[in-house]
Design a protein around this ligand. Sequence first.
Ligand SMILES: [Zn+2]
Ligand SMILES: [Zn+2]
Ligand SMILES: [Zn+2]
Length: 257
Amino acid sequence: MKVTVLGCGTSSGVPMLGCDCAVCRSPDPRNRRLRCSILVQARGQTILFDTGPDLREQMLRADVRRIDAIVYTHAHADHVHGIDDVRAFNNVQEMVIPAWAEARVFAKIRERFDYAFHDERHATGFWRPALAANTFSGDFRIGEVVLRPFRQRHGRGESWGFRIGDFAYSTDTDGLDEAAFAALSGVRVWIVDALREAPHPSHAHLAMTRTWIERVRPDRAFLTHMNHEVDYARWAAMLPDGVLPAHDGLVLELPEP
Ligand SMILES: [Zn+2]
Ligand SMILES: [Zn+2]
Ligand SMILES: [Zn+2]
């Protein structure tokens, strides 16, 4: 299984438009963060997590030629609003792309992008993105890959974390309950939200994330959804062994699930 971090930035991306801070002006490429997304390739399946506003650039950078399924963590704009670029894969693959989300997440996405859920093929191909909505209420399967979703608090709303074999992805959360920790039990590699050092109403701050990591005890943890206050080198130097900020383009190799 190969996991590629396509983006590890907060909703504004880093650099943030109009900002002249040291991180936004940093020459370190690890301080340039597209909006949050990962690609999981396992058992012949290529699974995209979220379709954020940077989707096109992310697909080009990672040279992604095919998407077998899309999984949504939640319906916030920074995780959904690149949905139109799915149309390119519809046309290359000549098919509707299966998407997976919890039912209320799809309801919110369809309020904005209902046109993306109709299979409208024309003689010249797809004019619009075409996703097939598959809802989950427990473990579900994409090909031979089993995904275990778990609920995460995200401010006044919620997002979904996912476990696949020894790997788990927990973006956009400021609260994990006992069911989430049960789903995370024994995970070896964990990508987890850590927005910044100061507390925030809908994202984990670094101290909160570190208490979670101490409880889950993965071999390796990588931080995501970081804002422009996070300097890669400074955080990398102060974090304990086995914990690092993610960076765009990071590739993790794991055993097949
Ligand atoms: Zn987000
Ligand atoms: Zn800045
Ligand atoms: Zn969010």
